[in-house]
Design a protein around this ligand. Sequence first.
Ligand SMILES: [Fe+2]
Length: 216
Amino acid sequence: MSVKDDSRRKFLNIGAATAATVATTLISFPTVAKELTATTKQQEGPFFPRHKQADKNADMTTIDKQSGQAEGEVLHLNGRVLDTQGNPVKGAIIDIWQADKNGRYLHDDAPESSPLDPNFQYWAQLKTDADGKYQVKTIKPGAYPAVKGWVRPPHIHFKVARRGLQELTTQMYFAQEPLNDIDKLFLQTPENERSNIVVDFHNGKGQFDIVLNRIS
Ligand SMILES: [Fe+2]
C-alpha cells in the first residue's frame, strides 16, 4: 500500500498550465489535502520479543559477526510513516518482528515446530528519517499453525510509536496469498481497509506506508 500525495500531484499537473488555467484549477479543486485514513490496527499476537537482542538493525537476513545468511526469499521493504494530514513522521520507532522461513518465532512461547534459523534476526527496531522513511531487508515469513484448523498466512508484525501520535500495532500481509482469505484476523478487518495492510511485492521489493492518528 502506498499513500499517494494527491495535493502534490495536482500541483505538478497544473505546472504546465497557463496562469488563467491555474486560477480556474485552484478554484475548481480544494487546496486542503484529503485526510488520510489511519492504518488499520491488528492484534499484537503472543510473540512480541521479550528478551534483549544485540542486533536489531535493518538487515534481518544476517546477524552481526556471523557470516551466514537467513533462509528464505529475500525481501526489501520500505515505506513512510505519515500522520493523517500526510505529514512525514520523523523519529518514529518501528518494531518489526516475524516468523522465519519455516514459520517459527524466536519466543519462549512459540511452538518448537522447526529448528530456529541461526542466521535470521527475528526482530528489528528502526527509526524513521526526516522524510518519515524506513527500510528493512528481511525474508518472507512462513505460514504457521495458530490453533487446530487455523494456519496463519505469512505476515509481518509492526508496532509504531512516536510522541504526539497514537501508537499503532498492526500486521502486514502479502498479496495473492490464499490463506489471507480464510484468516480469522485478516477477515476481522473491514473489507474497505484490507488493502491498507496488504503489500504486493515485485522482484522482492515492496512498500508499506503507515498512517498514524495524532493525539488530539
Ligand atoms: Fe504472527
